[in-house]
Design a protein. Structure first.
Length: 85
């Protein structure tokens, strides 16, 4: 199955063990975002469903289609991560 990824906004992600990625609307409701991984490594995230999971050895140039609200500092070694909405 072919799925076309389209987004209208993008911002650099600040990895944090306490703060979520800000909502694109600026409100308190956060529907999450997709991620672009610019530099190879592990990516620990919290999903919109509240799951904490680590994606191991994510290659550079990967688009992660899981909706996330947080990219953890601890457990994330990947670099140049972008949030896409």
């Amino acid at each position: 199955m072919y799925q076309k990824l389209q987004t209208g906004r993008a911002a650099a992600v600040t990895k944090s063990d306490s703060a979520n990625i800000p909502s694109i609307t600026g409100g308190t409701s956060n529907n999450g975002c997709l991620l672009y991984i610019g530099g190879t490594g592990d990516v620990k995230v919290t999903t919109v469903g509240g799951d904490e999971v680590t994606f191991s050895a994510v290659p550079a140039g990967t688009f992660m289609s899981t909706q996330v609200v947080k990219v953890w500092s601890t457990g994330t070694t990947a670099t140049n991560i972008l949030a896409l909405w």
